[in-house]
Design a protein around this ligand. Structure first.
Ligand SMILES: Cc1cc2nc3c(=O)[nH]c(=O)nc-3n(C[C@H](O)[C@H](O)[C@H](O)COP(=O)(O)OP(=O)(O)OC[C@H]3O[C@@H](n4cnc5c(N)ncnc54)[C@H](O)[C@@H]3O)c2cc1C
Length: 325
């Protein structure tokens, strides 16, 4: 019976939180649609991670270890995903909308000659049909889709889905797969990693302090970092700021940057352009600090301060430091 296939692209010693979210959703869907939950675990040096997938309710793990000196190429990942789809014959394939899945999903759907919905924020089954919800028009409307071809390929927005709370007492059956590519057209020559910033990762953070052009210049960016540090928050930025080179592009939040879903998102000197809002529609509480009371960001903010950040942010950071001892 066709089941659900999730594709986990892994690196390092731990499964990412988004893999747990994919597994949680795959298990939930398989209860409604029937069939087993299979995972393709693809990446470099990942043998040790297969067991953790059993704990997330996955019944079978197809292990594709790239073993190479460099991260797997997109072509190799595509071949692994295609092979896993062929072996497990799923009705639904889930990938993360980020961390490799965002690029892999459309290529895979093309190879399988089927439909894809990207950046889904909710899934449900109605009369045996998968209904996929996603924000459209930069987050200003919500649309529902169903895919008429099979399998349905769906990329899931990170942090929009719940990871399983209690680990399943399951041991997954593990099978190795060896994707064959007909000579890689793309070769990874060098992996360049941006210097890791301190504090939590933007995508997983529960609290984010984000700065915009209203800060005036890179010399004022430390005010954002200091506030983030006292709150134990990650730092984000608008594209205006990353394009200007004040901070690395990896901090950009929005349509063409990261999608985030923190419990608290504090914006400083951000106007609230639709492309920025597209990346924060999953934020539970937005706090806006902007001197223009008509700024668009206030439409999305639960709390707002109309004022000059220079009068608000340093004083707020200082008070927080005092309160936290
Ligand atoms: C195809 C495309 C994709 C894009 N993708 C993204 C994306 O992913 N993410 C993104 O962020 N943008 C994106 N953009 C850019 C987006 O349209 C906006 O230009 C950008 O978000 C604006 O950034 P900002 O809010 O920092 O700057 P601005 O719009 O210039 O806003 C600055 C704000 O600071 C306030 N301000 C000024 N001085 C102070 C002060 N002293 N105290 C308090 N407030 C002050 C002003 O009132 C203003 O509201 C994209 C654009 C395009 C065309």
């Amino acid at each position: 019976m066709p089941g659900v296939l999730l594709i986990a692209i892994a690196s390092g010693e731990q499964l990412s939180p988004t893999t747990a979210e994919l597994a949680g959703e795959a298990v939930r869907l398989s209860a409604d649609l029937g069939g087993p939950v299979t995972a393709l675990l693809a990446g470099k040096n990942i043998q040790g991670l297969a067991a953790s997938l059993g704990g997330l309710g996955v019944e079978k793990v197809l292990l594709a270890d790239s073993q190479g000196p460099t991260p797997p190429s997109p072509e190799w990942l595509l071949a692994a995903a295609e092979q896993a789809a062929g072996q497990s014959d799923p009705s639904v394939i889930l990938l993360a909308h980020g961390g490799g899945g965002r690029d892999l999903g459309p290529s895979l759907a093309y190879r399988l000659e089927t439909g894809i919905v990207t950046d889904a924020t909710a899934l449900r089954v109605e009369n045996g049909q998968l209904i996929i919800t996603k924000p459209v028009f930069g987050g200003s409307a919500i649309a529902e889709f169903s895919i008429t071809s099979s399998p349905s390929v769906v990329t899931l927005r990170p942090r929009a889905f719940e990871a399983p709370e209690t680990p399943a007492a399951k041991e997954a059956q593990v099978e190795a797969v060896s994707p064959s590519t007909s000579g890689d057209a793309i070769e990874v020559l060098e992996e360049i990693r941006e210097q890791a910033t301190e504090g939590p990762r933007l995508k997983d953070a529960k609290v984010i302090v984000s700065g915009g052009r209203g800060l005036g210049g890179p010399e004022n960016w430390h005010f954002i970092e200091e506030l983030a540090q006292v709150l134990g928050a990650a730092v984000g930025a608008t594209r205006a700021v990353t394009d200007a080179g004040w901070v690395p592009p990896s901090l950009q939040v929005g349509l063409t940057g990261s999608t985030v879903a923190p419990d608290l998102y504090i914006t400083v000197g951000i106007s609230g352009a639709v492309q920025h809002i597209a990346g924060i529609s999953g934020a539970r509480n937005v706090v806006a600090i902007n001197r223009d009371g008509d700024a668009n960001i206030f439409k999305y903010a639960r709390f707002g301060i109309v004022g000059d950040w220079k009068q608000v942010v340093p004083a707020f950071t200082q008070r927080l430091k005092e309160l936290r001892g």
